[in-house]
Design a protein around this ligand. Sequence first.
Ligand code: AMP
Length: 425
Amino acid sequence: MKVLVIGGGAREHALCRSLSQDPAVTELHCAPGNAGIAQVATVHPVDQLDGAAVAALARLLTADLVVVGPEAPLVAGVADAVRAIGIPVFGPSGQAAQLEGSKAFAKDVMAGANVPTARSYLCTTVAEAAEALDAFGAPYVVKDDGLAAGKGVVVTSDRAEALAHAASCMGVSSGRQDGGRVVIEEYLDGPEVSLFAITDGVTVLPLQPAQDFKRALDGDEGPNTGGMGAYSPLPWAPEGLVEEVLETVLQPTVDELRRRGTPFSGLLYAGLALTSRGTRVIEFNARFGDPETQVVLARLRTPLAGVLHASATGTLELLEPLRWDEGAAVTVVIASEGYPADPRTGDPIEGLAEAEAADGTAYVLHAGTRLDGTGQVLSAGGRVLSVTATGADLAEARGRAYDALASIRLKGGQHRTDIAAKAAG
Ligand code: AMP
């Protein structure tokens, strides 16, 4: 199977790493990729948002499968462009990706499918936003309706801050004229779980749950980020959680989207809060989550290409049950100085080879990196690396991840020191 992966972050490096280990994969390509992906795949400098260019590359390579990693190309319809030339693609259509691209659309689908989520108001004026904030009270949850790379959500007890975020999403200060919409919703208390499912639009195959750490600093302090680390499994999760979420969230959502004429195939990501009143959906994403993918794929034993191909070709029902490693996986993100507000880039990264364990239990996935003319790896984004390790349990995996991280040097690099600490006990 010739596979082309679209994207260039640590999620795509994790996907490429798993695909490169699948004996069914004879050729692996990635566009645009990064310095780490270039070690396991042939990289191509193609604009990932340009559907025509991606489809042309897939045709040139005579790809058997295209895997679209990030949300932006999905929402831009890149999967549609590839599907239109008859090449199987893992990832939803632009319309179905609105499940992530518009929080208002997601809320509407959940209402139609009777999926438990936070009560919410869709607001288009600051006055409406103020009214909604007061209806729910503190802590306030304010969400940009559109894609915002994980940074469109503000959770705060400060009403002025909440209202200011609503106003900025509406473009009140920037003069944005596109009628920016804001979702204001009730605060959900309780631990968060990320549960991924692979679907072909009919059959839904849940993966193992993971937890990520959204805030920049230890102890869940600091601003929201794209994610600073993750682990799997969740020893504290209630028994039967995956079955419950399949029955009450994942399958009804997939059925509802099919019923609406926008069938969803690819990766359905449910961000959940386990509240005292039951499991609630915080958000849906239309693709593998980063950094949870790094730990979920670290534990998947079934070769990946066949699973993704079955989703792309509507044959998931025929797939054998997935096999999982009984052990644990932990990933810790190294971000650049100033992330998330103002990340500094272009610094050399040292110690990458030393960080890798000879037995494969610890390895470095690249997020924002590039090679300079001399072959030196440089930082090239906010999240730079995702140091991933496996072990018999979370304590061992965590120890290995932090040991590996200790040999990496990046000027101003920052990471959390408490990833999986509580769960590892
Ligand atoms: P999202 O971009 O929707 O994933 O939101 C980012 C983060 O904000 C989530 O992972 C939660 O930690 C937090 N969050 C979002 N919605 C809520 C909510 N209704 N109640 C509490 N926290 C929330």
